[in-house]
Write a protein that binds this ligand. Structure first.
Ligand code: GAL
Length: 715
């Protein structure tokens, strides 16, 4: 036995010593709490470069330093046959989160994912709209692989012969707990490139690591105030007159509306796209757009990127397009300055320059039957794979620049993004429609540095309509997408008023939403995020069991994981637990600390599981002890720049409360020059009486608040 062990050890030593590819990794602290290392020869084109990401240094400095989060010797990297092999250590109790916009689980340990920009088809396999190669560990650190390639992740599945913590070998014949997935002590990553740039983010908490990742991207996006109101996308062939009619119906019925989304029919032809207004449906685009703006309603235009031969730019841009078309439309190689000038010049001419406020950048994500194949070539020399992984980033980056040049903020939709894109003011959506999975995606979006909207399109019943609407109101974009259905908020008469009250609540909460997005930008804190990022919640794993009871059905006894993936944090103080069609009540897991009902202020529990029966009209929302929610009156449109609104500061529970209220002009990029303020709100109870204070408006800075009152919600 001894000789055997010796031989084995000596073999292991030979293996290690002859493996010339293993390299020592030099980590350099590039920002406080962020370390970077280059393995092999990293490619010149990567995610951060495609996104033009510039770290928000002030935010990272404010966060301060952190300890290097992993034993350096336990991180392994080598380049073998032109591919980069990476290994990060994983201890027995660690949970993993992230690896992109997944829809069905929040815990990622035990997954194998190939991170590939694609339209989501119902399976969590790494093919998704934002396959962000960033993960966070429950041990309080994050890892980002800055590479525009299809990266394969073995998130705690590989079991190495020389592991220092070998799995227990079990006899399946006699041991019912035999597990098809033995313990794995590593995250292993295969990058199909001869080198890569790695980033490591310190904690000590998971949220700290997520914040540092977002700040490395430049900070999260700060939408214009109007972006956080309500939006309706009209049927795809609606005319200018039809849009005006629809806007009037919202006004007459007292439903809020901030921007209207036009779908393919605004263009003379689509699939492929001409990018030209249809002269019959929109005879005078400038008058139309300006007329809507006069009614405080902005216009958002749908388009996919693919250029019709009948487009006015087709001839000029053709030399700068890929070898393959999509729906017979040319694909502009927008990684090239020549292509960008022509292409985005067209998006500006007669669109942005007549007052269009934003775009819905569609179908840059996937479905391999339609998008360019991996054998396509592009004049820039970037591969089809790299273009697939970055097209959404390039689109967002350039459209954002077009608005930045005009000092006008935009807020739109996009079907594809990736690592590096957190600062772009675009929200991801898709054609998938499972409501529960939509909520799980909202939870995961906070780990992926993107925004996601559980959009409402159509429903089979009034109950489904109102339940979908409620969770959508508590998301980055409150939107009905009626491009095919033509549904209106009031389409289901029996719940029309419930829907209206929810839409008005969205508007009332605008000061809260706006402040939470300001923390996304300046502090990197995702406004919508997993409970696992909330202190006092834990890892959210309810149960994992090996099921060897039915080998016919489950020949390998696949482990079933029960986890919390249907409740989330909306901003600093709110816990949202959506109801789903057919449910009369549901369980809600409350983190440690006292929690209170958002609508009544009543105490509901502390660090326990409660059951709620909310009725159809409301979605269960809870506020932490000392929680503050600043509200404005329920206006039908977001306040314009300089327009003052009254502010009601709602306070819940009994603990002293503190909240930072953000204020700026709500529409421009002047905040980048410091033209903004954070006003400090504090509340205490003095013998049961509320004593509230808010710091004075900052001289010379925008002040959008008139009469300010405090309201004690918990009696
Ligand atoms: C789809 C998109 C829909 C709608 C449609 C228009 O790709 O997901 O929301 O915009 O295109 O053709």
């Amino acid at each position: 036995m001894k000789i055997l062990r010796y031989l084995f050890t000596s073999l292991a030593v030979v293996y290690l010593s002859t493996n010339a590819n293993a390299q020592t990794i030099k980590w350099a602290e590039v920002e406080p709490g962020i370390w970077k290392a280059s393995i092999g020869k990293p490619e010149t084109y990567d995610l951060l470069k495609a996104a033009g990401a510039v770290p928000y240094h002030a935010g990272l400095v404010e966060m301060g330093k952190a300890a290097f989060p992993l034993p350096p010797a336990d991180i392994d990297a080598k380049v073998v046959d032109g591919k980069t092999y990476l290994r990060f250590p994983l201890t027995r109790s660690e949970q993993l989160y992230g690896f992109g916009l997944n829809f069905q689980t929040v815990q990622q340990r035990g997954k194998i994912l190939t991170l590939h920009v694609d339209t989501y088809d119902g399976r969590d396999n790494g093919s998704t709209h934002a396959p962000t190669p960033f993960y966070v560990s429950s041990a309080g650190y994050g890892v980002f692989i800055n590479c525009a390639r299809y990266i394969t992740v073995y998130a705690g599945t590989g079991v190495r012969l020389d592991s220092k913590t070998p799995a227990v070998v079990q006899d399946r014949n006699t041991d019912d707990t035999w597990n098809a997935q033995p313990y794995s002590d590593a995250v292993e990553i295969l990058v199909p490139a001869a080198g890569v740039e790695l980033y490591l983010f310190g904690g000590p908490t998971m949220l700290d690591a997520v914040r540092r990742y977002n700040l490395l991207n430049g900070g999260g996006c700060l939408p214009p105030r109007w972006g956080l109101g309500f939006t309706q996308r009209v049927h795809r062939l609606t005319t200018a007159a039809g849009v005006a009619e629809e806007a009037k119906a919202f006004e007459d019925r007292g439903y809020p509306l901030d921007f209207i989304g036009l779908e393919p029919g605004w263009q003379s032809k689509s699939y492929p796209c001409t990018f030209e207004w249809d002269k019959t449906r929109f005879p005078n685009p400038q008058a139309f757009v300006q007329g809507m703006l006069a009614k405080h309603i902005r216009i958002n235009l749908w388009t996919n990127p693919y250029i019709s031969p009948e487009s006015p730019i087709y001839k000029q841009i053709k030399p700068f397009t890929g070898s393959h078309t999509v729906w017979n439309g040319a694909v502009a190689d927008i990684s090239m300055p020549e292509a960008r000038k022509i292409y985005f010049g067209e998006w500006e001419k007669g669109k942005i320059d007549i007052g269009v406020s934003g775009f819905k950048i569609d179908e840059a994500d996937g479905n391999n039957f339609w998008l360019w194949p991996d054998v396509a070539t592009f004049p820039s020399g970037h591969s089809a794979e790299q273009m697939r992984q970055t097209y959404g980033l390039l689109m967002q980056h350039n459209v954002t620049n077009s608005y930045h040049q005009l000092n006008r903020r935009t807020y739109g939709l996009v079907r594809a993004s990736n690592g590096g894109g957190a600062s772009f003011p675009f929200v991801i959506y898709n054609d998938y429609y499972d409501h529960r999975d939509f909520v799980t995606a909202l939870i995961n979006s906070g780990f992926a540095g993107v925004l996601w909207t559980p959009e409402v399109r159509e429903s089979a019943t009034a109950e489904e309509w109102v339940r979908r609407f409620q969770s959508n109101i508590f998301s980055p974009m409150a939107m009905i997408n009626a491009w095919a259905s033509g549904t209106k908020p009031w389409s289901f008469a029996e719940v029309a008023d419930d829907v209206k009250q929810m839409a008005l609540l969205r508007m009332q909460m605008m000061p809260y939403w706006y402040s939470e997005f300001a923390k996304y930008h300046f502090k990197g804190i995702p406004p919508f995020r997993a409970m696992n990022l909330e202190a006092g919640f834990g890892d959210g794993v309810i149960s994992t069991n090996v099921d060897n009871s039915n080998l016919q059905e489950n020949p390998y006894g696949k482990v079933t994981l029960q986890e919390v993936k249907d409740q989330y944090m909306a901003g600093e103080n709110l816990l949202v637990a959506p109801m789903f069609t057919g449910e009369k009540s549901r369980m809600v897991i409350l983190p440690h600390g006292k929690w209170f009902d958002f609508y009544t202020g009543k105490y509901v529990g502390d660090g326990e599981v409660i059951t709620v029966t909310p009725g159809l009209a409301t979605i269960p929302v809870f506020v932490k002890d000392g929680g503050i929610v600043p509200m404005m009156p329920a206006l039908l449109h977001a306040p314009a720049a300089g327009e003052k609104v009254d502010l009601e500061i709602r306070y819940y529970g009994e603990k002293p409360g503190h909240y930072t209220l953000y204020d700026d002009d709500g529409e421009t990029f002047e905040y980048e020059k410091g033209v903004y303020s954070f006003r400090e709100i504090s509340v205490v109870l003095d013998n049961g009486t509320i004593k509230g204070n808010i710091s004075a408006p900052v001289a010379g800075k925008p002040n959008n608040f008139a009469n300010i009152s405090f309201r004690k919600m918990t009696e």
